[in-house]
Design a protein around this ligand. Structure first.
Ligand SMILES: [Zn+2]
Length: 252
């Protein structure tokens, strides 16, 4: 078999793999969405709260506007991939009846979201993070899920890794569900462990609600960066993340 045939087979197997992942994750989402809404096997409960009325999840697409975050050698910018995946997660959760809000839905920083100052020069990053926290705190008890991309000088490193807030015991459980669901459906060779956030992660360190930060993959790794530019891969990743969030809510 020549290299071209090998390449063709590799491409076909990748496409089939993502299609299967998407179908499996969609089925899981539907089942877990029903569980989250308390529908289960009992049918619609007349006393159940209408799905979506209560905000259960705050999705935070990291960086934005003049802060691109990290980047890949092909020009991929973290803030764009963060938002792309965050928007898919939002849509999956909402379509499953899970109340969700976003810290940002377009390409911008949030330093002036509350209009605290007339001049933010030199303070944009500080106020941006402060306001992301404020948005999350407007929904007490809702889980905060912050979406980011990773980078490292060693270009061989790859794979999703989840950090959790030290302030609420449920954060570690949510992190574990995201890490294990992505391992099961998308990255069987990912042996990374979830990590307790240190003081350098502002949001996780200060928030009191369950909170995780998902480093979805390494833009510094050319292969993983390529995957993160593939809509099918992003869809599969978002489905796995959404499934984990719904399982977290359903089993709270
Ligand atoms: Zn980031």
């Amino acid at each position: 078999m020549n290299n071209t045939e090998n390449d063709k087979r590799a491409v076909i197997s990748t496409v089939i793999r993502y299609a299967l992942i998407s179908v499996a994750a969609a089925i899981l989402c539907f089942a877990l969405g029903r569980l989250a809404l308390g529908l289960g096997d009992r049918g619609r409960d007349a006393d159940a709260a209408p799905g979506g009325d209560r905000v259960r999840v705050v999705i935070d697409a990291g960086h934005g506007g003049e802060d691109g975050g990290t980047s890949g050698s092909d020009g991929t910018v973290e803030k764009d991939v963060n938002l792309k995946i965050a928007l898919i997660v939002r849509d999956i959760l909402a379509s499953n009846g899970v109340g969700v809000v976003m810290t940002r839905e377009d390409d911008r920083l949030l330093y002036d979201a509350y209009g605290d100052l007339s001049d933010y020069a030199g303070k944009k990053k500080v106020y941006d993070l402060r306001n992301r926290l404020r948005i999350a705190e407007e929904h007490p008890g809702a889980a905060l899920v912050s979406i980011h991309m990773n980078a490292f000088s060693g270009k061989q490193y790859s794979g999703l890794q989840v950090y959790y807030s030290p302030n609420d015991a449920e954060s570690a459980r949510l992190a574990g569900l995201v890490q294990s669901t992505v391992r099961s459906y998308i990255q069987p060779d990912n042996d990374r462990e979830t990590k307790r956030a240190g003081s350098s992660i502002y949001l996780l360190n200060r928030i009191k609600s369950p909170a995780v930060l998902i480093e979805c993959g390494f833009l510094s790794n050319a292969e993983e960066c390529g995957k993160l530019n593939d809509p099918a891969y992003c869809q599969a990743l978002a489905l796995a993340i959404s499934s984990a969030i719904m399982e977290f809510i359903a089993t709270a």
